[in-house]
Design a protein around this ligand. Structure first.
Ligand SMILES: [Fe+2]
Length: 172
């Protein structure tokens, strides 16, 4: 019986379950970024909004990447429900701080799955997750670079507009 299941499903229940949870996390990140984009758009921080819209699309792509991997390995994933994203922010800086915190939480989850794969000798999923490990390193680094701009320029209205201009260069 076990061999028949193995013929159809190439990964363990535990790893499949972790990947399904990751789907939800990626979707939540996508929705959070969309919410940050809307807030920045309304407040006139056009380039910050552009950055967040792009991030939102990327997070959805991450979700799809995992979704398709599960299907490839014989697991039928359900469409995950995302919890409500934050709608309001104290400042444009606090939106970027929340973005970094979201990325850190995603990194921790990716690392947990990566280490789970190692312990289970699931070499295929470990290899698949390597891309996400590198991606998270880049995402965190970009968020930190943007937060450094706020430290360097200050937080008066003119400075915030200058930071918004620089974000266009960072994300070009
Ligand atoms: Fe992601």
């Amino acid at each position: 019986m076990k061999d028949l299941i193995r013929q159809k499903i190439a990964i363990s229940d535990e790893i499949a379950s972790s990947l399904k949870k990751q789907l939800q996390l990626e979707l939540h990140s996508s929705n959070s970024y969309l919410s940050m984009a809307a807030w920045c758009d309304i407040k006139g921080y056009t380039n910050s909004a552009g950055f967040f819209y792009k991030q939102s699309e990327e997070e959805r792509e991450h979700m799809l990447k995992i979704y398709k991997y599960l299907i490839k390995m014989g697991v039928q994933p359900s469409v995950p429900a995302s919890k409500e994203a934050t709608l309001d922010f104290d400042s444009v800086r606090s939106a970027f701080e929340e973005a970094l915190n979201t990325e850190i939480a995603v990194t921790e989850s990716i690392h947990r799955i990566y280490s789970q794969c190692r312990m289970a000798n699931d070499f295929a999923t470990e290899e698949f997750m390597r891309w996400f490990v590198n991606e998270q390193m880049e995402e965190e680094s970009t968020a930190r670079d943007i937060l450094a701009l706020f430290d360097n320029f200050g937080s008066d209205a003119t400075s915030l507009m200058l930071v918004d201009e620089r974000i266009k260069e960072i994300t070009a």
